[in-house]
Design a protein around this ligand. Structure first.
Ligand SMILES: NC(=O)c1ccc[n+]([C@@H]2O[C@H](COP(=O)([O-])OP(=O)(O)OC[C@H]3O[C@@H](n4cnc5c(N)ncnc54)[C@H](O)[C@@H]3O)[C@@H](O)[C@H]2O)c1
Length: 251
């Protein structure tokens, strides 16, 4: 990977940790960025113990000053950032009529504004080398409405729009921007928030009839940040067991 540096937000656990592992395996130095400093330390230590170049970074993507400080630290340590994976995201479900506005504001700050600010900082470093890859972790909930996801679904739809905006404005600098839209994946997030009813409903609606794995999502990211994906930009890739393709599932 020619010393390429990849920064992954929300990389301490779940999908982000699998992406950090996958990109480290592909030969990147990985910056394990997370709001949970202790968990980021632990994940970076585990990757380093496996012989990879991994560095923990405490960074809250919902705080513009923290993001600026985080990228300044990356610039000082590595002098470059070639890959950004905007993976950090939060979710909680409430019925539409009872949707609490403080939650709406928080979700938008972390799931939409955070990726925008991270991408601005990263793209300035990428532009200096004429090469860059941005992958935004969107969701099938940004492509189809699902119950209780007023803020989450809307934030992911906004992130899909933002991905296309990044793609057209950053293409002249050799930077691609794409989205990966997972269906339900087994992670700490879904363990905490998916009820038995949600799980049963997904199993009925997904042709593959199961939750995906973090490994399967990380594989899509590995492809999109590779040299072979240089002509793929502004694309949203569902990793969803066929959920987006599905209509009636029985004859
Ligand atoms: N798990 C799924 O089924 C699923 C499906 C579609 C999309 N996604 C998206 O994938 C991403 C990762 O999901 P996950 O299931 O691994 O989540 P998770 O909750 O299991 O892990 C998220 C990580 O992000 C960190 N984080 C939270 N807020 C942060 C902030 N403000 N700044 C920096 N780090 C922060 C957490 O500390 C945690 O380490 C999210 O954007 C989520 O919306 C997940």
């Amino acid at each position: 990977m020619d010393g390429k540096v990849a920064l992954i937000t929300g990389a301490a656990v779940g999908i982000g940790a699998a992406i950090a592992q996958s990109l480290a395996h592909d030969g990147h130095a990985v910056v394990v960025a997370d709001i949970d400093a202790a968990a980021a330390d632990e994940t970076a230590r585990r990757l380093s113990a496996e012989g990879f170049d991994a560095w923990p970074l405490a960074m809250d993507v919902g705080n513009a000053d923290a993001v600026a400080a985080g990228f300044a630290a990356v610039r000082e340590k590595y002098g470059r950032c070639d890959v950004l994976v905007n993976n950090a995201g939060i979710a909680k479900t409430y019925a539409f009529l009872d949707y609490p506005m403080d939650h709406w504001d928080k979700v938008m700050a972390v799931n939409v504004t955070g990726p925008l600010i991270c991408a601005q900082h990263a793209a300035r470093l990428m532009r200096a080398r004429g090469w860059g890859r941005i992958v935004n972790m969107t969701s099938v909930s940004g492509m189809r409405a699902s119950a209780g996801r007023t803020a989450y679904g809307t934030s992911k739809a906004a992130l899909i729009g933002l991905t296309r905006q990044m793609a057209i404005e950053l293409a002249p600098f050799g930077i691609t921007a794409n989205g990966v839209s997972p269906g339900p994946i087994d992670t700490p997030l879904t363990l905490a928030h998916h009820s038995q009813a949600t799980r049963a409903n997904y199993a009925r609606s997904i042709p593959s009839a199961r939750y995906g794995t973090t490994y399967e999502v990380a594989g899509a990211v590995s492809y999109l940040v590779s040299d072979r994906a240089a002509f793929v930009t502004g694309h949203i890739l569902p990793v969803d067991g066929g959920f987006m393709a599905a209509g009636l599932l029985e004859i």
